[in-house]
Design a protein around this ligand. Structure first.
Ligand SMILES: [Fe+2]
Length: 185
């Protein structure tokens, strides 16, 4: 049985969408169509982040806390901070949508890349600290059951948001792993 990694697949999709947002916001100022696209990509990333944080809190953080009380408090803190940042970013996106001056687009680019930088560090922490901790606390079949419950909790609409990015960010070998692209496998 392949080692169950609760973060690897979904974090690759989040990193890919983050990279798309950075690229789209970087050069869209002055071009209404490109700005519209960049705002759509940005909203999509934030939507994915909300779903992802909910799933992690409900299944991953809960699993850590069940066996190591207090050990996931840093993760929860980060998720809460991110929720505040996401709400601010959504407001900022709405403002750019109403009036897309180059200054506003640039301000959004800065705030969005700050959020993404913070999130990249957060994902690194989850992959290098939380994952080994989960492996210490749970057997591989137990981790597979947690991953399955997490996948089952995702609605079809949420699944559609992630599926193309998961597909685009996985290597051919990774795509062969059952469950790696959600309920469709
Ligand atoms: Fe995560």
């Amino acid at each position: 049985m392949k080692r169950v990694d609760l973060f690897a697949v979904i974090h690759k999709a989040l990193r890919l969408q983050s990279a798309r947002v950075v690229g789209a916001l970087a050069n869209c100022a002055g071009d209404l169509e490109a700005t519209g696209r960049a705002l759509r990509e940005s909203r999509e990333l934030l939507e994915m982040q909300i779903v992802h944080a909910r799933v992690e809190e409900t299944f991953v953080v809960a699993a850590i806390e069940a066996r190591r009380p207090g050990a996931a408090s840093r993760l929860t803190e980060a998720h809460e901070e991110h929720a505040v940042m996401i709400e601010r970013l959504r407001t900022q996106i709405d403002e750019v949508e109403r009036h897309a001056t180059p200054a506003r687009v640039h301000a959004l680019y800065l705030e969005m890349t700050r959020f993404i930088a913070d999130d990249f560090l957060h994902m690194f922490e989850e992959e290098t600290l939380a994952q080994p901790l989960l492996e210490e606390c749970y057997s591989q079949p137990e981790l597979a059951a947690i991953a399955a419950r997490a996948r089952e909790s995702v609605t079809p609409a949420e699944e559609r948001l992630f599926a193309p990015l998961v597909l685009a960010s996985l290597s051919t070998a990774e795509r062969e792993v059952p469950g790696s692209i959600g309920k469709t496998r």
